[in-house]
Design a protein around this ligand. Structure first.
Ligand SMILES: C[S@@+](CC[C@H](N)C(=O)[O-])C[C@H]1O[C@@H](n2cnc3c(N)ncnc32)[C@H](O)[C@@H]1O
Length: 383
């Protein structure tokens, strides 16, 4: 693996800023009953991370008190809230706090919420927006891939629900200086955590051609990945890339006249996924879920592209099958990782009215699973 990608994996994750968490002490009173221990598998894997930079000053976001639509319009809000079944006495993890819209729906119905986000701007906004719920709400900067470690640190032992609303917020996309959008000129950045080391510009200017092509192909499903990578490497030899519009126009020249969406859509998606190590974060978070959900607790995940949805779908399939089978076995065996009942078999899409109201919702898919009371134990499996 190339040194630059090793640095993304090693450092583009914030160390949870636990020491500076406002209202941190009250979270440990919420521990409640512990979740059941998974039978086999589901081992802990923690990544490395860097420090966070939230200044914790909610006045910077006073408009948050008027509601969150200016920051981000929550997608599949009613559906996610319905499946999470919030109620007084229940404790939820919102692993992608963003503008706090989903958290607010849970808090309004009397539940307690711990919100995580790796972007300090999201934390500041959501804290201000949800200030009235401060006795039931705590916000922590961190990567959801490390949620288990974070919850342990604040003394939580189990959860009634976990929500992951993946990807970036509208605020992140719309702020030109965050560098996520090919439609807005800004620095080629794309870090959700602004303290992370590696920016999209660094990837584009230093990865070799084959590595760039792999990123575009695997994370963007870009069929012309090699052509785009070659053109980037040729151009950067004369002048390195530093802005979003510079890269977007180079890609548009290479892929001229293709499809309805902007030709750079897939390349930008691929770079964002690589810079933020998004797929690995999702896999690591999923591996932790069985250990944290109490029996009957719900996992709700909203994904926005097929790469994420595929990971969620195959995780739920693996962890809900009653039996597993292999060609070399005489007969199927009970699945030692049967932690969930899947509540909706196909990913739920937003209603047409939501899509016409908020076109950014169009690719969203929601999946839901419920934690079964106990995992099949090793003893059962061997009997
Ligand atoms: C789609 S927005 C969430 C919007 C939120 N549900 C709402 O209703 O306002 C996704 C948020 O998750 C954050 N995020 C994405 N991946 C993350 C990760 N691995 N760890 C922590 N936060 C993450 C982003 O910074 C962004 O603020």
């Amino acid at each position: 693996m190339k040194e630059i990608l090793r640095r993304v994996f090693a450092s583009n994750r914030p160390r949870p800023a636990l020491a500076g968490v406002r209202g941190f002490a009250h979270l440990s009173d919420w521990s409640g009953p512990a979740a059941p221990k998974p039978g086999l598998g589901g081992g802990l894997r923690f990544g490395l991370s860097t420090g966070g930079g939230d200044d914790g000053d909610p006045s910077r976001f006073s408009r948050a008190r008027g509601g969150g639509a200016t920051y981000h319009r929550s997608v599949l809000l009613e559906e996610a809230t319905h499946y999470l079944e919030p109620a007084p006495g229940k404790l939820f993890l919102d692993g992608t706090l963003g503008g706090g819209g989903h958290s607010e729906a849970l808090l309004r119905l009397g539940a307690k919420v711990i919100g995580l986000d790796q972007d300090p701007a999201a934390l500041s906004f959501a804290r201000a927006r949800l200030d009235q719920y401060r006795d039931n709400f705590g916000a922590i900067q961190g990567n959801f891939s490390e949620f288990g470690e974070i919850l342990e640190t604040v003394g939580i032992r189990g959860l009634d629900g976990i929500l992951l609303d993946l990807g970036v917020s509208s605020h992140q996309l719309d702020e030109a200086e965050r560098g996520f959008s090919f439609a807005k000129d800004g620095p080629l950045d794309m870090r959700m955590n602004p303290d992370a080391e590696v920016t999209a510009a660094e990837l584009v200017n230093t990865c070799d051609e084959a590595e760039l092509a792999r990123i575009f192909y695997h994370y963007g499903e870009e069929k012309a990945s090699r052509r785009v990578a070659r053109a980037i490497v040729q151009r950067r030899g004369r002048k390195p890339f530093s802005t979003t519009s510079d890269l977007a126009s180079l890609v548009a020249t290479v892929l001229r006249g293709r499809g309805k969406s902007h030709p750079a859509t897939r390349v930008f998606q691929a770079l964002r996924i690589a810079v933020n190590d998004e797929l690995r974060s999702l896999e690591e978070a999923l591996a932790e879920v069985p250990r944290w959900l109490r029996p009957g607790g719900r996992l709700v995940i909203i994904s926005f592209h097929s790469l994420e949805d595929r990971i969620v779908k195959s995780f739920l399939r693996r962890c809900s099958a009653a039996e597993i089978d292999r060609p070399e076995w005489p007969e199927p065996k009970a699945n030692p990782e049967r932690y969930f009942k899947v509540l909706i078999q196909k990913g739920l899409a937003p209603a047409p009215e939501e899509i016409s109201d908020n076109p950014r919702a169009r690719s969203a898919r929601l999946r839901v699973a419920e934690r079964l009371p106990t995992a099949v134990s090793k003893v059962d499996q061997e009997a």
